[in-house]
Design a protein around this ligand. Structure first.
Ligand SMILES: [Zn+2]
Length: 384
């Protein structure tokens, strides 16, 4: 696990499009702070850090022209994300058995994740709370909780800020209650809705918010963050940054995933050997093994498989091209690559791409991988 200690509170430390910061500073300077704002931008564009830094700036006792002071009592409370005027609402896997109904039930886990680093997606969040594969939402209890929190008096005498992460995950009931809140907001409140995709949001909610577009990060911003804050080798950081197209969440997942690569390699070798030998017991065992590693890793594993297939083709047909492989992978492919050829490559890639597609749509992993393994036994033999 890569741990970086995020100081979430200052604009200068937030990795985000700089125009978005300028826009917010201008709002404050011109005294035109919209009471409900939607930060709209693709996943991994740094909206959460931006929202927290903005809150910090608004609550700070001695804000400068460009940033909060970082030291006053309000700033200190923000440092640990425990400022009483800082509120969050975020999707949770609602479960009576686990006693989870609203964000409050998982607030300490939430703070912990942000303080580690603020660029994460829904799957990282679920992974963090041990709820992989669940479908988290913002439910109606959450809207009630929001109303209750915002009807309290402001602690600092300034804004009460409600940061709503992924409002597109509000269910209909919650959204309707939310709409009323936005129509008649309690005094001194500021709503910041951090939205990846506004197609799933009621148009009436959108029309009651002011939209700030937050574009994807520049590749250099991502590469810098990976190498300086995460200790990733510069060249690797650059290649990850360009593959992730400015999506910091994806880039970090890839960087963390690098450590999983070895595990994927072992699994892949086992999978291909079992497929080649076509021993039913081995095949069941391997599909069980993959079914248990969790959704995110399954998707990464599938991507890893696609990568190995491509490298096999390069090894077989494009000898002058550089291979992008580790030592142990090269050793394996020196024997295995010949089975991946014109006879089966298209179908192999198709099957893996399809598996990825279905995983994204929450297919049952056990069924999916059993099916894939059976297909592989035929496809691997086709290449012999
Ligand atoms: Zn301050």
């Amino acid at each position: 696990m890569i741990i970086t200690n995020f100081s979430p509170v200052l604009f200068k430390d937030v990795i985000v499009n700089e125009n978005a910061v300028k826009h917010l500073l201008a709002e404050v300077k011109n005294d035109r702070i919209g009471h409900a704002q939607m930060f709209l931008g693709p996943e991994g564009s740094g909206k959460l850090g931006l929202a927290i830094a903005f809150t910090q700036y608004l609550l700070c006792d001695n804000p400068g022209k460009k940033d909060a002071c970082g030291e006053c009592p309000n700033c200190q409370k923000m440092n640990s994300l425990t400022h009483p005027d800082l509120h969050f609402a975020f999707p949770v896997p609602i479960s009576k058995a686990d006693k989870v109904a609203t964000s409050d039930d998982l607030r300490s886990e939430w703070n912990q994740l942000i303080l580690k680093q603020p660029h994460f997606g829904v799957e990282n969040w679920l992974d963090h709370i041990g709820s992989e594969g669940k479908n988290p939402i913002i439910g109606v209890d959450e809207s009630r909780a929001i109303l209750k929190k915002l009807s309290l008096k402001s602690f600092s005498g300034k804004y009460k800020v409600m940061i709503i992460w992924l409002p597109e995950r509000m269910n209909a009931q919650a959204a309707n209650k939310m709409l009323k809140l936005l129509e008649e907001p309690p005094q001194q409140t500021l709503f910041l809705l951090l939205c990846d995709n506004n197609e799933a949001i009621l148009p009436t909610i959108i029309s009651r918010t002011q939209t700030l577009t937050v574009p994807a990060l520049k590749r250099e911003q991502v590469a810098d963050y990976l190498s300086k804050k995460n200790g990733i080798d510069k060249a690797v950081a650059h290649s990850i940054a360009s593959l992730s197209q400015g999506n910091m969440v994806e880039a970090l997942n890839a960087a963390h995933g690098d450590k999983d690569q070895l595990a994927y390699f072992d699994l892949f070798v086992k999978l291909m050997r079992s497929a080649y030998a076509a021993n039913p017991n081995d095949l069941m065992a391997i599909s069980d093994e993959i079914a248990e590693i969790g959704k995110q890793r399954q998707k990464n594993f599938i991507k890893y498989g696609l990568h190995i297939f491509r490298e096999s083709i390069i090894m077989n047909y494009m000898k002058d091209q550089l291979l992008n492989l580790r030592e142990e992978e090269t050793a394996f492919l020196n024997k295995f690559a010949k089975f991946i050829n014109n006879q089966n490559i298209t179908e192999l890639m198709e099957e893996f791409n399809e598996a990825h597609y279905h995983l994204e749509r929450n297919a049952n992993a056990k069924i999916l991988f059993t099916d894939l393994v059976i297909k592989l036994t035929k496809l691997v033999r086709k290449g012999v």
